[in-house]
Design a protein around this ligand. Structure first.
Ligand SMILES: Nc1nc2c(ncn2[C@@H]2O[C@H](COP(=O)(O)OP(=O)(O)OP(=O)(O)O)[C@@H](O)[C@H]2O)c(=O)[nH]1
Ligand SMILES: [Mg+2]
Length: 328
């Protein structure tokens, strides 16, 4: 892509063109080098959006809640971009978020943009691509960026955990609490939602959650105590309370300097991920290389320790040969 085309695409995204934002995300998913150039031009436009992660077990109602959140946020005059990662698990039979939205009233609303991303199959994986896609929607000027990830798998949980505010969604029954604890999502919530409050067991789930999280225990004055909000996402019930709680958390973070800290931590992770991805791909390039085979043979033959062999490998890739992340 030419310099002009890069500048043009960046300008279009920064001006809020959903079409160009969508194209850029596709380029990111495909690991295209020119996406990096556009992202570089967009850097000054990033950092304004409120980033909210929504995660929880398959079928808990994340997409339904996201759709209800969009409605509530639009009602409050905010524009909303959505990244739905792994949007429908084979277990829950939940509809694709995109399908759900198409059926609803957001479809023709220019203040809403929804994008699904596949979990697998793109260069560097999800951990690398999702934060870049979030950047794109941020640069495109959406006030709020919602990220839906299913709470199984480390990278999915991490994406939600790295938001400004992480919402963990559970639903009564199906041993959700236990599933969630296993996946490690219980620790990451700034807010907890017990969805499907129209079903039996919602109060019990909320109590169990309260107990497991030690929410009844004393905290230092000024510390954040994660609230538990009950919702019936399918009917929009409790969603206004949830948005109030989100606003409260944002206010608390700004007051305490937590928002700035989180953003620095997130950027650090992002930089690390890009660097590690580049190193991996350089190592992968070498794995077909005779040198790696020779090193392995030397390790098997007892001539080299694996550590020494790894040092040789690192020396071969580390000294600044341009790799996947160079120039970005
Ligand atoms: N009874 C009831 N059903 C709900 C509620 N919210 C969502 N559902 C239903 O639960 C099912 C799963 O909802 P989804 O929003 O697709 O859940 P999800 O967590 O996004 O699912 P995956 O992305 O596949 O993990 C759907 O059939 C919804 O209609 C609710 O508040 N009450
Ligand atoms: Mg979903």
């Amino acid at each position: 892509m030419s310099v002009d085309a890069t500048t043009d695409q960046a300008e279009q995204v920064a001006a809020g063109s959903a079409l160009h934002a969508g194209r850029l995300i596709t380029q990111i998913e495909n690991g295209r080098a020119d996406a990096r150039e556009v992202l570089r031009s967009l850097a000054p436009h990033c950092g304004k959006a409120q980033l909210i992660g929504v995660t929880g077990p398959p079928g808990a109602g994340k997409s339904t809640l996201v759709s209800a959140l969009i409605r509530e946020l639009r009602g409050r005059g905010r524009t909303v971009g959505v990244i739905a990662v792994d949007p429908s698990s084979p277990f829950s039979g939940g509809a694709l978020l995109g399908d759900r939205i198409r059926m609803s009233d957001h479809a023709s609303d220019p203040g809403v943009y929804i994008r699904s991303m596949a979990t697998r199959g793109h260069l560097g994986g999800l951990a690398w691509a999702a934060p870049q896609a979030i950047r794109v929607l941020d640069a495109a000027g959406f006030d709020v960026v919602l990220v839906e990830t299913v709470g199984v798998g480390q990278s999915e949980v991490e994406i939600a955990a790295q938001a400004d505010t992480s919402v963990v969604l559970l639903a009564p029954g199906m041993g959700d609490g236990i599933q969630a604890a296993k996946a490690g999502i219980l620790e990451i919530g700034d807010l907890y939602v017990v969805n499907k409050a129209d079903r039996d067991g919602a109060d019990a789930t909320a109590r169990e959650l309260n107990h497991m999280l030690g929410l009844g225990e004393a905290r230092a004055a000024g510390d954040w105590r994660p609230p538990i909000v009950k919702t019936v996402a399918a009917k929009g019930v409790g969603v206004d309370d949830l948005v109030d709680a989100l606003e409260k958390h944002r206010g608390w973070m700004e007051e305490r300097g937590v928002l700035a800290e989180r953003r620095v931590a997130r950027a650090a992770r992002e930089v690390e991920t890009i660097a590690v991805t580049a190193l991996r791909s350089r190592i992968a390039d070498l794995s077909g290389d005779a040198r790696t085979g020779a090193l392995a043979a030397q390790v098997v033959g007892g001539e080299l320790s694996p550590y020494a062999a790894a040092d040789v490998l690192l020396d071969a890739i580390a000294p600044g040969a341009p790799g996947e992340s160079a120039g970005g």
